[in-house]
Design a protein around this ligand. Structure first.
Ligand code: GDP
Ligand code: MG
Length: 747
């Protein structure tokens, strides 16, 4: 099979083309560095599924140029040089031609067949610009095709061009017109190294990796140029070649560039404004949560708008929040709440129907219990929240695809860079709102091990979809207990996660993970209208992930939980609904004293404390389990819902907050723990990370509980916190002094 590598600058559309060619649903994002690991798929011509006729397509992470400075760039460079694809397709963003062709001039130097695909040609046309592919092809000496990966245009020309290029060999060619290039290349050629021109230019530039990989030859080249670095001259030569080339092969460029710049720039003048930027960011996030979770849209109910009465029957709560009397309307539901109520209505009816069938058939009581509470209760508890999570994701995807999330990273960078948190690290962190696993993998785009460690540690604090699940459950319980808006509640908890994350990075940066934060340079992608297809891919991806999980690991966990909550230690079955003396309850009760400081231990929750303990422990397997276990145990114990269990258990709102904070911040699910283990640099860092997650969640959970239960304790907590901050400042000063002294001594 022909092996094709897609290479190009970040955001040039590689992944979009990859998806278009392979029919895959890889993650597309309007910011740099979304793809970190390479990923491959197969393209087949229509109606021809023969393996040998397919093209194996490899999507490489974005690279600005082939002088690598971050891991993603190293991956791409090594792949092209070492794995020798049959063809490299260089994706070039047509709206930013000159800058993107810079890398093309580097790829030209390699001994590999090359096809240049100028992407985003739709946007180029919209701007009234034309690009002449023949002229470019003639000058560059490689085939050039015009493409719109997004609109599926130009693929029919691209594929034959790839096939044709694959049949020929191509020797490298450099457009850098320095006499030294040929001399240096001759040295590489002599040693039988492939792509001598590419290596020669790298050696002239005194590229670090080049000196690591070919120390001897590179040093020989270095003596040739008498220790001088030619990087500026090489870059200059490339641009001197490109500027006239781009000018002669395009029309309407100047005008287009200006128009485009000014549009995105005008928007950015407001959205990334020093003062308004952060405010808009917070408001925007609040709005997203409000539209997803609130049961009182725009707080109309709270402002006293008289809504009147609803019908008294099924699904009366889909559009409106219904009061305790079952008919009076107290507010309009958000989009997410509407969908959730509708789904829950359906699943509730389904469960009732199934349980009715089983009971009617004369099966023993435990069968309907197992099916109703054990299986359906758990699975539906997870699925029931899916609509809201998907709505949240749709909003996030819109913000990301439009280019706004890249601005968010930029704004946060400006706020927190002086404390040692860079914008580069915020990209994986924000991805953590989706799922910690890809987010942790994305930290490979960070340049130092310490920065990666810090970021991986705080990624779980960015509430992921699975955590949103139990958060919604608790928001509903809090709303029921003290009438606090569910949308505002979830927003505040998400916000808390971000605050804890930033604070943790700052503390680590001053203590165990001290380092100078590398500068963050990021090109802001231009804004564009979010694409419906990309949005659907995001949502489908998420939904699939959730549903698969619900029917595998969550289902298994709830069945196990049901089983152990219905048998005593002597394996006698507990007939009645009351599962108090079960195996699980005694195990949970054994652990529950541990949770007393957090407000949901045996002291507070009494005979029901074990349910909270079991849910928290199960949450370490998968966070959806917290919801699934609570709902299923509540059902098994004969309660209407989780809310009813809370009310009966005597756990206060403060205790619920302790429960929330603990489960939000503690050791994340198995999948993220395994990923963290793989991504962290060594065993010790990994164990310290687990300890950090458990310790921090335990302490902050306790503090939350204590402060909300007895407000006066703030008089103790605040001074301790202040002392901590002062201590940290002094420690940092002391350390800085030491480091400076050590540096001077070394000098
Ligand atoms: P990568 O970083 O090179 O993998 O780029 P992506 O495939 O993630 O695409 C970056 C952004 O460009 C996404 O928001 C895409 O929707 C958008 N995009 C990709 N191809 C096209 C295209 O042909 N036309 C337009 N207008 N946008 C595109
Ligand atoms: Mg990509």
């Amino acid at each position: 099979m022909i092996k094709v590598a897609l290479a190009g600058n970040p955001n040039s559309g590689k992944t979009t083309l990859f998806n278009a060619l392979t029919g895959a649903t890889a993650h597309v994002g309007n910011w740099p560095g979304v793809t970190v690991e390479k990923r491959s798929g197969v393209y087949y011509d229509k109606g021809d599924k023969k393996k040998e006729n397919g093209l194996e397509i490899v999507d490489l992470p974005g690279i600005y140029s082939l002088s690598p400075y971050t891991p993603e760039e190293v991956i791409s460079r090594n792949f092209v040089l070492n794995e020798k694809p049959d063809v490299v397709v260089n994706i070039v963003d047509g709206t930013n031609l000159e800058r993107n062709l810079y890398m093309t001039t580097q790829l030209l130097e390699m001994d590999v067949p090359l096809v240049v695909a100028i992407n985003m040609i739709d946007a180029v046309k919209d701007a009234g610009q034309t690009i002449d592919p023949e002229k470019l092809s003639e000058e560059l000496g490689v085939p050039v095709v015009l493409l719109s990966a997004l609109r599926n245009k130009g693929i029919d020309e691209l594929v034959p061009a790839i096939r044709k290029a694959a049949t020929s060999k191509r020797g490298g060619r450099s457009i850098v017109d320095l006499p030294l290039v040929e001399k240096a290349a001759a040295i590489y050629r002599e040693k039988g190294i492939e792509s001598p021109l590419f290596h020669a230019v790298k050696a002239l530039e005194q590229d670090e990796i080049e000196f690591q990989e070919y120390p001897e030859v590179a040093n020989e080249v270095a003596t040739l140029c008498e220790g001088e670095a030619y990087d500026a001259l090489v870059a200059d030569a490339r641009y001197r070649y490109l500027t006239p080339l781009v000018a002669s092969s395009t029309t309407g460029r100047v005008k287009q560039e200006k128009a485009k710049m000014s549009r995105s720039d005008r928007i950015d003048r407001v959205l990334t404004h020093r003062v308004f930027g952060p405010i808009i960011l917070v408001l925007m996030m609040f709005l997203v949560f409000h539209l997803t979770f609130s049961e009182d849209l725009f707080f109309l109910g709270a402002m006293g708008v008289p809504f009147g009465q609803s019908w008294d029957g099924p699904f009366n709560d889909v559009f409106f929040a219904i009061g305790d009397d079952g008919v009076s309307i107290e507010g309009i539901n958000s989009i997410g709440a509407m969908l959730a109520n509708f789904t829950n209505g359906l699943t509730g009816m389904f469960t009732e129907w199934v349980v009715g069938l089983i009971d009617g058939s004369g099966a023993p009581g435990w069968v309907s219990g197992l099916v109703g509470d054990g299986v359906l209760g758990g699975v539906f508890a997870v699925i029931g929240f899916l609509p809201q999570i998907l709505v949240l994701f749709a909003f996030m995807a819109i913000l990301e695809d439009s280019g706004y999330m890249a601005r968010a990273a930029f704004i946060l960078d400006r706020l927190f860079r002086r404390f040692g948190v860079s914008g580069r690290a915020f990209i994986p962190m924000i991805m953590g709102f989706g799922c910690a696993v890809p987010a942790m993998i994305n930290t490979r785009t960070l340049s130092t091990d310490k920065e990666r460690t810090k970021t991986i540690r705080v990624i779980p604090f960015f509430t992921c979809g699975a955590k949103a699940d139990f958060l919604i459950m608790i928001a509903a319980a809090v709303a029921a207990a003290i009438n606090f808006d569910a949308g505002l509640f979830t927003f505040l908890i998400y916000f808390l996660g971000v605050v804890v994350a930033v604070a943790s990075v700052i503390v680590m940066n001053k203590t165990t993970q001290r380092e100078q934060v590398p500068p963050f340079i990021m090109e802001l992608p231009s804004y564009h209208r979010p694409q419906f297809r990309a949005l659907m891919i995001h949502i489908w991806d998420k939904a699939k992930h959730f549903i698969i999980k619900a029917f595998t690991i969550i289902l298994l966990s709830t069945i196990i939980v049901w089983f152990f909550s219905h048998f005593r230690w002597n394996w006698s079955f507990i007939e009645e609904e009351f599962a108090q003396d079960s195996i699980l309850s005694s195990l949970g009760s054994f652990l529950s004293p541990l949770f007393v400081p957090l407000g949901f231990g045996n002291v507070q929750a009494g005979q029901y404390a074990w349910t909270f303990a079991v849910a928290s422990i199960e949450g370490i397997v998968a966070k959806e389990n917290v919801t699934a276990v609570m709902e299923s145990l509540a059902g098994g114990l004969g309660f209407e819902s989780f809310d009813a269990l809370i009310a009966a258990s005597g756990v206060s709102v403060a205790g619920l907050l302790g429960f929330t904070v603990f489960n939000l911040l503690t050791i994340p699910c198995f999948a993220s723990v395994a990923t963290a283990k793989g991504e962290l640099m060594d065993k010790k860092t990994y164990w310290m990370t687990l300890l950090f997650w458990f310790g921090l969640s335990y302490v902050l959970g306790s503090v939350t509980y204590v402060v909300f239960e007895w407000v006066w304790t703030l008089a103790i907590v605040l001074p301790i916190a202040a002392a901590g901050v002062v201590g940290l400042i002094f420690y940092d000063r002391h350390k800085t002094k030491q480091e400076r002294a050590a540096l001077e001594e070394a000098a």
